[in-house]
Structure formats: C-alpha cells, structure tokens
Design a protein around this ligand. Sequence first.
Ligand code: PMP
Length: 390
Amino acid sequence: MNYAFAERVNHMESSAIREILKVAESPDVISLAGGLPAPELFPIQEIQEAYNHVLGANDPSVLQYSTTEGYLPLREDIAEKMKEKGMHVSPDNILLTNGSQQGLDLIAKLFINPGDLIAVEDPTYLGAIQTFYSYQANFLTVPTDKEGINVDALETAIKLQQPKLIYLTPTYKNPTGVTLSLERRQHLAKILAKYNIPLIEDDPYGELRYSGPVIQPVKSFDTAERIIYLGTFSKTIAPGLRLGWVVASKEIIAKLVLAKQGTDLHTGTLLQRTTHYYLNNSQIEKHIETIRQEYGHRRDIMLKELKANFSGEVSWTEPSGGMFLWVSLPEHFNTVSLLPKAVEAKVAYVPGAPFYAKGGGLNTLRLNFSNSSPLQIQEGIKRLAQLFNK
Ligand code: PMP
C-alpha cells in the first residue's frame, strides 16, 4: 500500500553503512565501529541495589506518573554537578530527558522550521545531523582544526548567512575526539552574545578526560544565556538507562516541557528515582575514575599501534578524552567502499563521510577505543593496516 506519509519522512534516511555494520556484529569481527562504552565496567550491582532499595520501600509513587520536568531531588543533584562545571543554574533550569538524543530532538522541535539553516562543525555527530534533517533543516558547515571549530569562520558565516541555531560538541567530540580550546570557548561565548544566536552545547564525553587540562564547558562562559547545554549519564553510568538532561534558560525549559509532554509526558519515574538513589549512595566519582583509567589505557594502546603500523601518509587525532579518534588516509582512498573489505578481514570502523553534513570526507574514518579490549585493539589496527597498506 502507498501510505501518505508526511513530507518529513522523506528526510528520515536509513543508512547503507548501518546495514554493513550489522554484519560486523558477528563475534569474530573486531568492531572499532560502534560508540559503545565497555560493558564490563557497568556498575551493574550498584544499579541492582538501587532498584531493590527504591522498589523495596513500599512507596507506590515510584511507579506513578510524575512531572514532565523530572524528579526535583535528581534535578537538584544535577544542578550541583553543573555548578562544579562553572554553570550557576537552579533545578528550574533543568529538564530530564530520555538521553541527550531526546534533548536534541526536543530542541529541534522547538526551533526548526523547514528550510531553516543550522550551523554545524564539519565533521559533526551523525545523530544530530539525522535529527535536524528530519525536521527539514538545511546545514551550514564550518571547518574545524586541532583546536576545534574555527570561531572566526563561524562568525563570518553568521554575518553572511544568519543561521538560526548552532550545534557543537566542543569536548572530546564525536567523531574526531578534538576539543575546543579555552581561548576559542571564550571568544565563542562573546560571539553568541553579540549576534544573539542560540547554541546547543552537546557534552556527553566531558567527564571522560585522560590527559590535558580540565576545560570548562562553553556554557560556563555564557553570561547572556544563549547556550542550551546537553548532559547525559550514558557514558558515566550506562547508555541503556536512557537518562540525560537539558540545561537552559527558564524560558526555553518551559517550552521544552511543552514539547516533551507531546512526546512522552515524562521520563520514567522509576528510572529517575533509582538514579537519584544510585548517585547518593554509591561512589560514582570512583567509578568514573576507573573508566578514565581504562579508556585512557585503551586510547594509548590504539595510538601506539597506529604509530607502529602506519606510515606518514596516514594521520590521526590524539584526543585527550572521549571514546573516538579520527583517521585520515591519502585523498584517493574511499573508506565507504573499503568497509565491506574490512568486514571480510574481520575488522570494522565507521567511514567518515556520513559525519559531513554536506558531503566530503571520503578518505576518513572513525575508530572507537572504549569498547574493545587492549588485545582486540592491537589486532584490529593490524588488520586495518594490512588492508589499507595493500
Ligand atoms: N550526542 C553525541 C555527540 C553522542 O555521541 C551521543 C551518543 N552517541 C548522543 C548525543 C546521544 O547520547 P544519549 O545516550 O545521551 O542519548
């Protein structure tokens, strides 16, 4: 049957790469492709204890409908956490969401009319491109280098093309691992105030720092309330929880609450109560430190292995945190067409091209170092080197 789908459905694309990567899920393929945390580090016992406690207290309200904004004591915890990052916000500035992906969707729902221009880094997070595109946005891409987005180029683009919204992942970014420098953060906050333009700061990886200085979120320099900040427990506790948050002006939060009501009324009550208990009755800082140690070690192994196996024609980023690094092969390589061959050789990566909102990057690829063991990383890079050096 021919269904009369809405026009926006034409903007929801399935990805050929995703289909190939499904094959890579077979256990004999070393997958450096996904963006998954290390499952062996999930605090499964503590989460179980938290669920037992919350359900054992004979309080039926943990299974009841609750407010759209989210459980106040959990929003208070998050407001405290945000203060440590230099953001002076109250629980009224916070909305709890089903992961930061839902935050992206709700913000898009709030701001994007068909044809609106969104400024993004080139390359940027694929999930954000998909969300904005499904609301029929157009993209303005801004180049990045080792210090993150080129803020002068962004300012020129704002002057010439007046985008409606900017989307950035400034810290240990997906897909490249690059971090926006402190100077550029300060400069960027001034530009947002000057041109009165909102910016989404997506920060799922900020806690995963392995080397280099602590750099506060751009939102900590945002005295003009132009930034909508997205946080998540996906990388520090577990992505399967589906719990994230938006930090924004009270005016924006009020509108996001309306948008969320139409989507799912509220984030699961039991999940919120359990997470609140977990945060206050476990050693989350110690847990995050364990993750940092292990991922930092895996990053070092991947960097060492790349150095040992590739010549000067191949370059890669050296991230101070996060879960990914980014490889650039000589111009004539096409990592999309090479992917099936890589999977045949029992190793998988994500080709770089889909991270470019307006095309390009065919010679690039993203590698994940958080989900594979050190031995798998060593073997995986060797397999890739054999393929690319052929
Ligand atoms: N933003 C970025 C940059 C991401 O990498 C991800 C996860 N891959 C998300 C948002 C979505 O994360 P969550 O699990 O919090 O929805």
